[in-house]
Design a protein. Structure first.
Length: 364
C-alpha cells in the first residue's frame, strides 16, 4: 500500500478547484505542485490551496516532482498529450471529461496506461453518490423489473459570451459542442444505470449561438437490456435542468437536478399494483451527494491498494462512444449507428466534426 499520494494539477481553471478540494479532503494525498499556461493564474490558485510549487510547464513539473498522480484539468484538446506525458513519467492519471476529443486519442491513452502499468481514471462525477449507487443496484438486480423507456435531458444555458472563449465552439480545439461538453455527464449517468448501448440515431442543431459546433442535439438510443431512451441536450435553455427518467415494469425512477444530486433529487414511483413492495426500494438512510470528492476518494483508495478502479471511474470509453455515435449518426443524416459500426468507422474514431442543421434563420 502506498502511504501517501503526491498529486499535481495541470490547468488551474474553475474545475481544478474541485480537484484541489478533493485532494485536501483525502487524508493520504497531498497537492505538491500545479502548472498552467498563465503563471498569474497558477500563482493565484496555489496561494488558495496550500502554496504548492508552481511550474510553467507540465514537463518541468513532471521532471522535478515525479508525482504519483497527475490531475488533468485542461481543455479537451490537451488531454491526450498530457496524459501520455504523465504515464511516461510513471504517474497515474485522473482526467476531466471528456477524456479526449476523439476515440482514437482515448485508445492511445488507454494503451499508454497499460504499457506503463498505471491507471487512467475519467471524472464523471454524476455517477457518484449513494442514490445513484442504490438505483443502479435496484436496476441491476431486477428488483424494479425490466427497464423499458427512458428520457435523458441536459437543458443548460450558455450565453453568447461563453462561446466567445477562443477554444470553445470549434471542432478542432473543443472536439464537439454541447453534446460532448455538457450532455456527456447525464449520458454517462444514463449508461451507468442502464449498461451497454446497441444503437444510436442522432441529429445536431444550431439554434441560436454563433458556434461552429452544435448548441443542441437529439438522439434515440437502444440498450442491450431492451430499453429505449430519448436524449435531448441543449445550451440554449434558460430554465436549466439535468434530468433522467427511467420507466421499468414496476416503477418510474427519476433524478432532476442541474450540476449535482442528492437524495432529494431522486424519486422512485411504484407502478399500480406494486405499492406494497416500494418500501424495499427506499434510498439508504446515510446520504452522500454526487461530487468530485467521493470519486477521487475511491480512485485514490484503489491506487493506494493496487485494486481495480471503482465503477464510478472505470469504463472510460463507454459514454464517449455513445457521444461519438450521436455525431457519426448526424454525419450520416440520422442513420442508425451500432457499436460495430463505430469500431470500424472511417471518420468518427479520429474526430467528431459533423454537419449541423442551422435553424437560426428559420421563422425569423
Amino acid at each position: 500500500m502506498t502511504s501517501s499520494l503526491r498529486c499535481v494539477i495541470v490547468g488551474t481553471g474553475a474545475v481544478a478547484h474541485f480537484h484541489a478540494r478533493a485532494v485536501q479532503a483525502y487524508p493520504h494525498a497531498e497537492l505538491v505542485a500545479v502548472s498552467d499556461m498563465s503563471r498569474s493564474a497558477a500563482d493565484a490558485f496555489a496561494a488558495q490551496w496550500g502554496a504548492p510549487t508552481v511550474y510553467d510547464t507540465l514537463d518541468d513539473m513532471l521532471q522535478a516532482e515525479r508525482p504519483d498522480v497527475v490531475l488533468i484539468c485542461t481543455p479537451p484538446g490537451a488531454h491526450a498529450p498530457q496524459t501520455l506525458a504523465a504515464f511516461a513519467a510513471g504517474a497515474h492519471v485522473v482526467v476531466e471529461k471528456p477524456p479526449a476529443p476523439s476515440l482514437a486519442e482515448l485508445d492511445e491513452m488507454r494503451r499508454a496506461a497499460d504499457v506503463a502499468g498505471r491507471q487512467l481514471a475519467v471524472v464523471f462525477q454524476q455517477r457518484t453518490g449513494t442514490a445513484a449507487a442504490h438505483v443502479r443496484g435496484l436496476l441491476g438486480s431486477g428488483a424494479l423489473g425490466r427497464p423499458l423507456i427512458a428520457v435523458c435531458q441536459t437543458l443548460w444555458f450558455r450565453d453568447p459570451a461563453y462561446f466567445a472563449v477562443p477554444w470553445r465552439g470549434s471542432w478542432e480545439t473543443e472536439g464537439g459542442g454541447t453534446t460532448l461538453g455538457h450532455g456527456i455527464h447525464q449520458i454517462d449517468l444514463l449508461a451507468f444505470l442502464l449498461g451497454d448501448w446497441t444503437s444510436v440515431q442522432g441529429r445536431l442543431w444550431r439554434l441560436d449561438r454563433e458556434t461552429q459546433t452544435e448548441d443542441a442535439s437529439t438522439a434515440t438510443v437502444t440498450f442491450a437490456g431492451g430499453a429505449v431512451a430519448q436524449l435531448v441536450t441543449s445550451a440554449v435553455s434558460p430554465r436549466e435542468v439535468s434530468s433522467i427518467r427511467i420507466d421499468t415494469q414496476k416503477a418510474t425512477v427519476t433524478v432532476d437536478h442541474v450540476y449535482g444530486h442528492g437524495h432529494e433529487n431522486w424519486r422512485i414511483t411504484p407502478a399500480p399494483g406494486f405499492e406494497e413492495g416500494a418500501a424495499a426500494w427506499a434510498l439508504p438512510d446515510a446520504e452522500e451527494r454526487s461530487d468530485h470528492a467521493p470519486l477521487l476518494r475511491d480512485v485514490f483508495d484503489a491506487l493506494r491498494t493496487g485494486s481495480p478502479l471503482p465503477p464510478t471511474a472505470d469504463a472510460p470509453a463507454r459514454s464517449l462512444e455513445l457521444v461519438a455515435a450521436i455525431y457519426a449518426s448526424a454525419a450520416a443524416d440520422g442513420a442508425v449507428i451500432t457499436p460495430a459500426d463505430l469500431a470500424a468507422h472511417p471518420t468518427h474514431r479520429t474526430g467528431f466534426a459533423s454537419p449541423v442543421a442551422d435553424m437560426r434563420g428559420v421563422g425569423a
